[in-house]
Ligand binder design. Structure first.
Ligand code: SAM
Length: 207
């Protein structure tokens, strides 16, 4: 049975990734650079895009499951992983629906993903991604938040801008390793405001 149609954001990024593949643009973005030093063991990279973080993490010793809706990105990442002998399995997935197995990963990254879902879906999928982290493991999550006035990524699709402190509140009880808000200028005087939290799930038996 066919799944739901790819979202507008997946079509947008698939076209962008095809341009980046032609121009050879594989730089880590600042949020991926912040997350990388915390990633160990089995990593789930949800919304991996071209897989720059997955590749860097695998080169540093992680074993990676990389998921994204973009066929161009997943094909590129599987080819690169095979050519370089990197322990990365990349799969196409609709991340509005995916429920990763609970406590199955040492690290879960979702950089710039859940804002592309309607708010109930975004909150549910954030909770599922958090639940996929083993006790003592790390989550690295980045989202656009309220205050963002550049909305061109979303087209007519539903989207979700979390409240400015919402992501941090979702990690109550975790050990927060990094938390930041970053503003970036966008065309026509508009703004992209990102919230990033990198946090460690309390170890088993922790009270
Ligand atoms: C802003 S990009 C971030 C990519 C990468 N994490 C990075 O930091 O460069 C958002 C990614 O989410 C993916 N995406 C958006 N909606 C999705 C969905 N419903 N299912 C799967 N992937 C989705 C896009 O294809 C794209 O790769």
């Amino acid at each position: 049975m066919e799944g739901p149609a790819p979202s507008g954001s997946v079509r947008f990024f698939d076209a962008q990734f095809q341009r980046q593949l032609r121009s050879g643009d594989f730089a880590l973005n600042p949020f991926e650079r912040a997350a990388l030093p915390y990633l160990r063991g089995q990593l789930l990279d949800a919304g991996c895009g071209l897989g720059n973080l997955a590749v860097a993490a695998a080169a540093g010793g992680c074993s990676v499951l990389a998921l994204d809706g973009s066929p161009a990105a997943i094909a590129h990442l599987n080819t690169l992983a095979a050519e370089c002998g990197l322990p990365i399995r990349a799969e196409e997935a609709d991340l509005r629906e995916v429920e990763p197995p609970p406590a199955a990963f040492d690290a879960v990254a979702a950089i710039g993903l859940v804002m592309f879902f309607d708010c109930p879906t975004a909150r549910r999928q954030l909770a599922r991604l958090q639940a996929a982290v083993r006790p003592g493991g790390v989550a690295a999550i980045n989202v656009l938040v309220e205050g963002t006035t550049f909305l061109d990524f979303f087209g007519s699709d539903p989207y979700c801008l979390f409240g400015r402190d919402e992501l941090a509140r979702a990690f109550e009880g975790w050990q927060v390793l990094e938390q930041r808000t970053d503003d970036f200028d966008a065309p026509d005087g508009r703004l992209k405001r990102f919230s990033t939290v990198i946090a460690r799930r309390p170890p088993a038996g922790h009270r």
